[in-house]
Design a protein around this ligand. Structure first.
Ligand code: IMP
Ligand code: MG
Length: 178
């Protein structure tokens, strides 16, 4: 079934995103300063642009790996059932791990992924999420670093999709169905 018509209105500008990414990277660099074993784990696919910008601002030796967990399909509400579609390539035992997520919404995805990764006994594991929708939370979980707290709106852009579209928008925009 084709998606209904919708409009996208800018919520967060490219400039505001860049400034926030710089600040987050500074804080993360300070937190992990001295490490020589940091693996930045991007949750595909929504975090791909954020992670690309974030790692370039980190003043640390980093490795990058990716994990894909399914959540929404093509709908705009969480399925609650989280599946791992693509696992990490590397081992994380004894390593420092920074999980990079696009949005923490109900929290099911992040809590499932953290549970899975903690079993592998990393030295430290922290989470940086670009966006947080605290009003939607169903699982008691928070990211260690959050780019922006947003209201209960469906958003796209800067890597984030609606039915796989709009990931290439340079800003974060709010979807409204018309
Ligand atoms: P959660 O498991 O409900 O926390 O869902 C997290 C995942 O749902 C995020 O990683 C996103 O991929 C997706 N998601 C949540 N809110 C939005 C949104 O507003 N736009 C697009 N994807 C979203
Ligand atoms: Mg996601």
């Amino acid at each position: 079934m084709p998606n209904p018509a919708y409009e996208v209105d800018q919520l967060i500008s490219p400039k505001a995103i860049a400034a926030r990414v710089e600040t987050l990277a500074r804080e993360i660099t300070t937190h992990f300063s001295g490490t020589d074993k940091l693996i930045v784990v991007g949750l595909l696919r929504g975090s791909f642009i954020f992670i690309a910008d974030l790692v370039r601002e980190l003043d640390l030796p980093v490795e990058v790996d990716f994990l894909e967990a399914s959540s929404y399909g093509d709908a705009t509400t969480s399925s609650r059932e989280v599946r791992i579609l693509k696992d990490l390539r590397g081992e994380i035992a004894g390593r420092d791990v920074l999980v990079v997520e696009d949005i923490v919404d109900t929290g099911f995805t992040l809590s499932h992924v953290l549970h899975l990764l903690k079993i592998r006994e990393p030295a430290r594991i922290k989470v940086c999420a670009l966006l947080d929708k605290p009003s939607r939370r169903e699982v008691n979980i928070t990211a260690d670093w959050i780019g922006f707290e947003i209201p209960d709106e469906f958003v796209v852009g800067y890597g984030i999709d609606y039915a796989q579209r709009n990931r290439n928008l340079p800003f974060i925009g709010k979807v409204s169905f018309v």
